[in-house]
Ligand binder design. Structure first.
Ligand SMILES: CC(C)(COP(=O)(O)OP(=O)(O)OC[C@H]1O[C@@H](n2cnc3c(N)ncnc32)[C@H](O)[C@@H]1OP(=O)(O)O)[C@@H](O)C(=O)NCCC(=O)NCCS
Length: 150
């Protein structure tokens, strides 16, 4: 049911974004998705017939590398069936294979469904991000360790 996305998925992923987010919520541009579909530092996963998709990104600063849950969207008609959870788990598995030991996610403070999902997967709040989504749009950073400390 879940597969890695490739360049040929571009238009269908854009259509999924439009079904899941309002324009003011900051839709990905075509060129951003295209770049993420071909970058070695990113991986997209698609569930079913574009019922949902997730993008993981590897970020780095000096020697530190960490994963970012960069995008997660499930078609409104297919929510509450475990698709979001399955997509995040596939992304975390990919990060682990890439030897990444921490994953971060930013989420709007008021996005209860996403927060519950991430928390149920073991993400914990590590920072408040005032006005991260524009004036008054407060965010939270959630973090999950992917390996046990040595
Ligand atoms: C957040 C989002 C990705 C969740 O996707 P989803 O596929 O509905 O997620 P899941 O089905 O895995 O989990 C959602 C809920 O369904 C429940 N669920 C899962 N399988 C279920 C089943 N078979 N029967 C009933 N409920 C079920 C889960 O327990 C969970 O319950 P909760 O909301 O009380 O915690 C989705 O709502 C979405 O796309 N939102 C808009 C975009 C967005 O906010 N993205 C995240 C940005 S940070």
């Amino acid at each position: 049911m879940i597969r890695r996305a490739h360049a040929g998925d571009l238009e269908s992923l854009m259509a999924l974004e439009r079904r899941c987010f309002a324009p003011h919520e900051g839709l990905f541009q075509r060129r951003q998705i295209k770049h993420l579909l071909t970058s070695a530092k990113a991986a997209w996963f698609v569930y079913g017939e574009y019922w949902g998709a997730c993008c993981m990104l590897i970020s780095a600063n000096g020697r530190a590398r960490w994963g970012r849950l960069y995008s997660l969207a499930v078609d409104p008609a297919h929510r509450q069936h475990g698709i979001g959870r399955a997509l995040v788990l596939a992304g975390l598995q990919w990060l682990t294979v890439q030897h990444i030991d921490q994953c971060r996610a930013e989420v709007k403070a008021g996005n209860e469904s996403a927060r519950r999902l991430y928390e149920s997967l073991g993400f914990a709040q590590t920072a408040e991000l005032p006005h991260y989504y524009g004036i008054g749009g407060h965010g939270l950073r959630l973090t999950k360790a992917l390996r046990d400390a040595p």
